[in-house]
Design a binder for this molecule. Structure first.
Ligand code: ADP
Ligand SMILES: O=P(O)(O)O[C@H]1O[C@H](CO)[C@@H](O[C@H]2O[C@H](CO)[C@@H](O)[C@H](O)[C@H]2O)[C@H](O)[C@H]1O
Length: 474
C-alpha cells in the first residue's frame, strides 16, 4: 500500500520534468496517474515500485519509479527527495529509491531467487548465481535510464521510459550470452511487468576494468595533435615533409591496432547475431525504397538545419547510386547505433554495449533488420567524430606544427577507419572495400541523422558532422 499522500500525483508531475531521464521535456504534463503500485519492501524504509502514466499532448508515456519512504531522511538521500521538507512529523519523506542502497538491495535479493511480487517478475538467467552481499551506487554517466553498480560485480539498468514488449537490449544480450558470445557483458537477470511482458530492468556483469572506446580514441587524437614532427636541419624552419604531418602512426598513442581489433570484435558479434537470429534477404526493390527513405530524411533535415544544404547534392548522388545498383542484400539483427561510446576495452578485448538502437527512432525502426555494414558505417562516423571533436571543442586552430590540424584530423580518421575495416574483413565480415556504394550511402545516412541529432540535442557539436561531411563529399 502506498502511504496516504495528498497531492502525490501533482507532486510527481512537478518533480518529473526536472529529472535528466524524463523524455517529455518539450511540452507540459497534462495529467499524471499511477498505473501500478507494488510494495516491494515494508517497514521503514519502505520500497514501492510505481509505473507513472504521463499524459502529454494526446499521448501517454509510461515511466518507472522506485519510490522510497522514510520517517527520517538522512542527509545522504536529501538530493533524491521528491518534495523537500525538514519536518519529520509531516509524514514520511518520499524519494527516488534508486539512490538508496538499503532499498535497492531488495532487487538483487528478488533476482537471486527469481520471484514474483504482484505484477513484477524477477528472473534469474539460466544457471546464474547472483550475489546478494553487494551495495549499489548509481552511475554518474549522462543517461536516459538509470544504472546501478552493485559492487564491481553487476550493473543493473533500470529503464525509465518504458516500451511495450521485451526490451531490445535484453533480447539481444540474452541471446548472445546464451550463444556463448563473450563480446557482450553476460546477462544475469531481468525484471519484467506482467501482463506483457514489459522489460523494467536488466542485470549484467559489470566490466570494471573497461575503458570506453571514445575516451581511448580522444586520448590518441590529443597525442597525435601534440606530436611535433622532427625539424629538417637541411631546410631552414621547414618541417620535414608532408609525410610527417600525415602519417598518424608516428605519435605515441596510436590507436590503429585497437581499431583493427575492434573491427574483428564487431565481425565476431555480427556472426553471433546471425547465428542467434538468422539472416534473410532484402529484395532489390526494398533496397531502392531504403535509398529513397535516406533521401527523404536528407530533404527533411536540410529544411530543419540549413547548414546541411551545401552537401545535399553529393549526398543525394550517393543515395541515387545505391538505388541504381540495387541488388538483393542479406540482412540481420545488428547493433543499430554503433559508435565508440558503445564499446569498452577490457583486459580480454573489446566488448559491445547497448543494443537498443538509435534513441530517436521508433520501436519498429529499431527492430528492423539491416545489412551489417550499417554498423561498420556507424563506427566509421565515430572515427570522424573523434578526429574532429577536439578542434570543434577548442573553437580555434592550434598554432605551430598543429596549424594544419584539419589535415591531421583527416589523417588520424583515415588511418583508424582503414584499420577498423581491415580487422572487420579479416575476421569474416563483408569487406567494406568491396561494398563502396553501400557503405557510402550508410555513412551519409548516419551523418544526416547526426546533423539532426546534434541540432536538437547538442548544437555546439553541429560543426563536427558538418565539417566531416565537407571532407567526405569534397
Ligand atoms: N556491463 C558494463 N560494464 C561496464 N560499464 C558499463 C556496462 N554497461 C554500461 N556501462 C557504462 O554505462 C554507460 C551507460 O550504459 P548504456 O547501456 O549505454 O546506458 P543508456 O542506454 O542509458 O545510455 C556506458 O557508456 C558504459 O560506460
Ligand atoms: O549513445 P546513444 O544511444 O544515446 O546515441 C546517441 O547519442 C550519441 C552521442 O552520445 C550519438 O553519437 C554521436 O556522437 C558520438 C560522440 O559523442 C560519436 O562517437 C558518434 O559517432 C556520433 O554518432 C548517437 O548518434 C546518438 O544516437
Amino acid at each position: 500500500m502506498l502511504p496516504p499522500q495528498p497531492g502525490l500525483t501533482e507532486t510527481l508531475a512537478e518533480w518529473l520534468p526536472r529529472q535528466r531521464w524524463f523524455g517529455g521535456k518539450d511540452g507540459p504534463i497534462d495529467d499524471l496517474t499511477i498505473g501500478t503500485a507494488t510494495q516491494l519492501r515494508t517497514g521503514d524504509p519502505a520500497l514501492h515500485h510505481l509505473i507513472l502514466d504521463v499524459h502529454q499532448n494526446g499521448t501517454t508515456d509510461h515511466y518507472q519509479l522506485l519510490l522510497g519512504t522514510r520517517q527520517h531522511l538522512p542527509d545522504r538521500l536529501r538530493h533524491a527527495e521528491i518534495t523537500r521538507h525538514d519536518d519529520d512529523t509531516r509524514g514520511p519523506h518520499l524519494y527516488d529509491a534508486a539512490h538508496d542502497p538499503d532499498l535497492t538491495r531488495t532487487l538483487l535479493d528478488e533476482l537471486a531467487v527469481g520471484t514474483s511480487i504482484g505484477p513484477l517478475r524477477f528472473h534469474r538467467a539460466d544457471d546464474s548465481r547472483i550475489r546478494t552481499d553487494l551495495t549499489s551506487l548509481p552511475i554518474t554517466a549522462e543517461q536516459s535510464n538509470t544504472s546501478l553498480l552493485f559492487g564491481d560485480a553487476y550493473i543493473c539498468k533500470l529503464f525509465r521510459r518504458l516500451s511495450r514488449g521485451v526490451n531490445l537490449d535484453l533480447e539481444v544480450n540474452l541471446a548472445l550470452t546464451r550463444g556463448g558470445c563473450a563480446r557482450v557483458p553476460a546477462v544475469r537477470g531481468w525484471i519484467e511487468l506482467e501482463p506483457g511482458p514489459l522489460t523494467l530492468g536488466l542485470l549484467s556483469d559489470y566490466l570494471h576494468t573497461g575503458a570506453d572506446g571514445w575516451s581511448l580514441a580522444i586520448a590518441s587524437v590529443r597525442d597525435w595533435f601534440a606530436h611535433t614532427p622532427p625539424r629538417d636541419p637541411g631546410r631552414d624552419g621547414a618541417w620535414e615533409g608532408e609525410w610527417a604531418e600525415l602519417d598518424a602512426s608516428v605519435a605515441g598513442g596510436d590507436f590503429a591496432a585497437e581499431a583493427e581489433r575492434l573491427g574483428a570484435a564487431t565481425a565476431e558479434v555480427h556472426g553471433a547475431l546471425a547465428d542467434a537470429f538468422g539472416v534473410t534477404v532484402l529484395p532489390a526493390e526494398d533496397v531502392r525504397a531504403m535509398a529513397a527513405r535516406m533521401n527523404d530524411e536528407l530533404t527533411g533535415t536540410c529544411r530543419a538545419v540549413p547548414g546541411l544544404a551545401p552537401h545535399a547534392k553529393a549526398l543525394t548522388s550517393a543515395f541515387l547510386d545505391l538505388a541504381a545498383r540495387a541488388e538483393p542484400l542479406p540482412v540481420q539483427r545488428v547493433h543499430g547505433d554503433y559508435h565508440l561510446g558503445q564499446v569498452l576495452r577490457t583486459e580480454s578485448g573489446w566488448t559491445l554495449l547497448d543494443f537498443e538502437g538509435e534513441p530517436a527512432r521508433t520501436q519498429h525502426e529499431r527492430t528492423a533488420l539491416a545489412h551489417p555494414l550499417r554498423d561498420v558505417a556507424g563506427m566509421l562516423r565515430s572515427f570522424e567524430y573523434a578526429a574532429r571533436f577536439l578542434i570543434a571543442k577548442s573553437g580555434t586552430t592550434p598554432s605551430g606544427p598543429g596549424g594544419r590540424v584539419e589535415t591531421r584530423a583527416h589523417a588520424w580518421a583515415a588511418r583508424n577507419r582503414a584499420a577498423f575495416c581491415r580487422g572487420y574483413a579479416a575476421a569474416g565480415g563483408p569487406d567494406p572495400a568491396a561494398h563502396a556504394v553501400l557503405i557510402r550511402a550508410f555513412e551519409f545516412e548516419k551523418a544526416v541523422y547526426e546533423v539532426r541529432y546534434e541540432a536538437r540535442n547538442r548544437p555546439a557539436w553541429l560543426p563536427v558532422p558538418l565539417k566531416s561531411l565537407a571532407h567526405l563529399t569534397a
